[in-house]
Write a protein that binds this ligand. Structure first.
Ligand code: NAD
Length: 695
């Protein structure tokens, strides 16, 4: 109809018809698209088409289901109805894939009679990463096309190139040049051959070997840490091997329905959308433009400086590493080289790509000259205010006017660092996480003078070098470290009252954390915390006693745990005795502490501090905090982050539990934050918190 948008365009090249999905930007399969496909197939059949080429317009084939239709009753036709129409069509339907064919998009292609693709396309079933399983036959059709390899693709959710897809057997041809043109030619040439639909193939699922399947499944789910969707994928794919097609579809549907409504899937979607949201800075004026950056200079080639330099080179940004001596410089450069070489050895990086990256990295001990050529400086020297101020005063003199000077400090006051320069408006924190070439999180820390252009520059460069920048305010520990710092006192109390380090870590890892807090302490080095406590004049009886016994963590092969030569942790008798002695001395009666209590007492202090961070405007939104924890602190995405955790419990219950623990453990820090009190009273939640929490 004139004037109405066409969601599926119908074109003809002689007797080859082309149906083009036109739902920009990514061709999700909304109701109108599904209806348009059904109509298009019927029309092409009526008109006597020899073959139908099905493709996407714009950027790609289709990114799959429409997320906004999630959880709502779907209007007909459903995807399976469209797939039935394709599979029953006498006219062969050939999917021609460019750009993304993901999720429901790939499932659509799998229902077609054949698939061709242009180089550079991405094909995958990422549903597992959103917390569910492919729900429109993907788990049944893909195994029938490629056998056991389907299990790997579906459980990992990773996409593959068309070349890889062809090798595996679910793409029939990779076509260069103009895809529409090439696909029409391919269709014309092959229209006469008899295609076997995926659902009717049996060759790749024959000879199912339960033991082999189990072993593959076990390997693939070994690191799911309590995430349910990988197991759901295994169950659905197994059905493809052991049941008739229709029965397998039912198993898939059951898994899909159960998982998509579950808490884990909600958490994963919360993080998926949150990662986009957290990169939007609400009060940044639209006219704030990032300054052009063509050369980065990193001051310090230690643990962090090296990782930051690698991140830049990995994403094509030329970078200079500055060190104080030739020896330190060579050590820093060598560490980067060794790291890249390991990646080459493992097959995840080509030699050519390595050389390209290596060529982008240079090093010098000539501070003034290097800084004079910088478009952006990131400082990563020792964590000491006097040293930082000296370095910034020197940077200010050596850098061209208008160049942004960033610090990677993890605890120090950005405003005080900025005060050492004549350009405080161009100073900002860029807090990377270790290992900096791996971790995605970047806390950009706004000083009170940081200008919009400075903020825009730090954001833009962060994105460019593969990071997820989240803008936060300036305070001790910023967001992430400030919150994790607050669980320390409760961990101390838990240890004295009845836990051993392995009990706490078991509960936290059982929840899905990459590593429990005590093992993490051992990895980072227990002397770091000890130094902070000394500087602040605070005590932590257990931690102090462990350090006093010469147990500094993995670097001394003993900390909260003993470590063998493979760095495997072993519960320590010595630490147990230290704890028992201390408890006796301090007259703490030890008792059995339930896992639920351990979990709450470790997580709720962080939630409470998160609320204070929101009150103070240090974080813009609760979601920013969740994104920080998932991307920088090993919090499992399928648990959604600390503020999501609090919402799941309900803020009334959170308030009551905090008040209870504040009293029973005599910890004033657990007194419920004003924001939690207010939201609990209003029946509100972090998710529905509107506007600023501040004030
Ligand atoms: P590091 O000791 O490994 O490296 C510091 C390097 O800076 C050394 O190689 C030293 O030679 C060099 N250096 C010192 N003064 C210099 C100068 N004037 N000019 C050039 N080079 C100089 O320390 P690191 O772990 O890389 O930490 C660096 C910064 O990053 C600190 O502010 C730290 O708080 C922060 N940080 C560390 C981590 C972490 O996990 N290690 C995480 C986030 C942030």
């Amino acid at each position: 109809m004139a004037g109405e948008p066409q969601f599926v365009e119908h074109a003809r090249d002689g007797d080859i018809h082309v149906l083009r999905i036109a739902n920009p930007p990514v061709n999700t399969l909304r109701t109108e698209v599904r209806a348009g496909l059904l109509d298009g197939i019927q029309a092409a059949t009526r008109e006597g088409a020899r073959a139908i080429v099905l493709m996407g317009s714009n950027r790609g084939f289709s990114a799959g289901a429409e997320m906004t239709e999630f959880g709502k009753p779907r209007k007909p036709p459903s995807l399976p109805e469209v797939f039935d129409a394709i599979e029953q069509s006498k006219v062969p339907v050939i999917a021609a894939i460019h750009g993304n064919a993901l999720g429901g998009g790939l499932e659509l292609a799998l229902a077609c009679h054949a698939r061709v693709a242009s180089p550079g396309a991405q094909l995958g079933l990422p549903e597992v990463k959103r917390g569910f399983v492919p729900g429109a036959g993907g788990t049944q059709r893909l195994p029938r096309l490629i056998g056991l390899e389907a299990l790997r693709l579906i459980v990992s959710g990773e996409s593959v190139t068309p070349e890889e897809a062809q090798r595996l057997g679910f793409v029939d041809a990779v076509l260069g040049g103009d895809l529409e043109h090439a696909a029409i030619a391919w269709a014309r040439e092959n229209a006469g051959t008899s295609f076997t639909l995926a659902r009717n193939r049996t060759d790749r699922i024959a000879g199912y070997d339960a033991a082999q399947f189990d072993e593959a499944a076990k390997k693939l789910t070994a690191r799911s840490r309590g995430q349910e969707s990988p197991l759901g994928c295994v169950a659905a794919v197994r059905a493809a091997f052991t049941m008739p097609f229709e029965d397998g579809l039912n198993v898939e549907r059951e898994q899909f329905t159960r998982l998509v409504q579950g808490e884990q899937s909600q958490a994963l979607r919360h993080i998926f959308f949150g990662e986009r949201e957290a990169q939007r800075i609400p009060d940044l004026p639209a006219e704030a433009k990032p300054l052009p950056v063509n050369r980065l200079v990193v001051i310090g080639g230690g643990t962090m400086g090296g990782g930051i330099a690698m991140s830049a080179a990995n994403f094509g940004l030329p970078v200079t590493m500055v060190e104080t001596s030739e020896e330190a410089l060579q050590k820093g450069l060598k560490r980067c080289e060794a790291n890249w070489e390991r990646t080459v050895k493992s097959g995840r990086l080509s030699q050519a790509e390595y050389e390209k990256r290596r060529a982008l990295l240079s090093g010098t001990t000539d501070f003034e000259k290097a800084v004079g050529e910088a478009d952006l400086v990131i400082e990563a020297v020792f964590e000491n205010m006097a040293v930082k101020k000296e370095v910034f005063a020197r940077l200010d003199k050596a850098a061209r006017p208008g160049v942004v000077l960033a610090s990677n400090t993890s605890t120090l006051d950005i405003d005080e660092i900025a005060s050492a320069t004549q350009r405080p408006e161009l100073v900002i924190g860029m807090h990377f996480f270790s290992p900096a070439n791996v971790m995605r999180l970047l806390e950009n820390v706004k000083g009170k003078a940081s200008s919009p252009a400075t903020i825009a520059t730090a954001t833009e460069v962060g994105k460019r070098i593969g990071k997820l920048p989240v803008l936060v305010g300036n305070c001790d520990g910023f967001v992430g470290n400030r919150m994790t710092g607050k669980r320390g006192p409760q961990i101390e109390k838990l240890l004295l009252e009845g836990c051993l380090p392995q009990d706490i870590d078991r509960v936290m890892e059982g929840y899905g954390m990459a590593m429990g807090p005590l093992a993490t302490g051992d990895l980072a080095g227990l002397d770091i915390g000890a130094a902070v406590r000394k500087a602040r004049g605070t005590v932590a009886p257990v931690a102090d006693a462990v350090v006093a016994a010469g147990r500094l963590g993995q670097k001394t092969s003993k900390g909260y745990y003993d470590y063998d030569e493979n760095r495997k942790r072993i519960p320590s008798k010595e630490v147990e005795q230290i704890i028992l002695d201390l408890a006796e001395k301090m007259q703490v009666r030890r008792r059995k502490i339930e896992d639920g209590e351990i979990l709450e007492r470790v997580l709720l202090p962080m939630v409470n501090e998160g609320a204070r961070i929101l009150e103070e405007g240090i974080a813009y939104r609760p979601i920013d905090i969740d994104v920080i924890f998932v991307n920088g602190f090993g919090w499992p995405a399928f648990r959604g982050g600390p503020m999501f955790f609090a919402d799941r419990i309900g803020l009334k219950a959170v308030r009551d539990k905090l008040a209870h623990y504040a009293e029973t453990t005599n910890d004033p820090n657990l007194k419920p934050a004003a924001l939690i009190e207010r939201l609990a009273k209003e029946g509100g939640s972090f998710a529905t918190l509107k506007g600023a929490a501040k004030g």
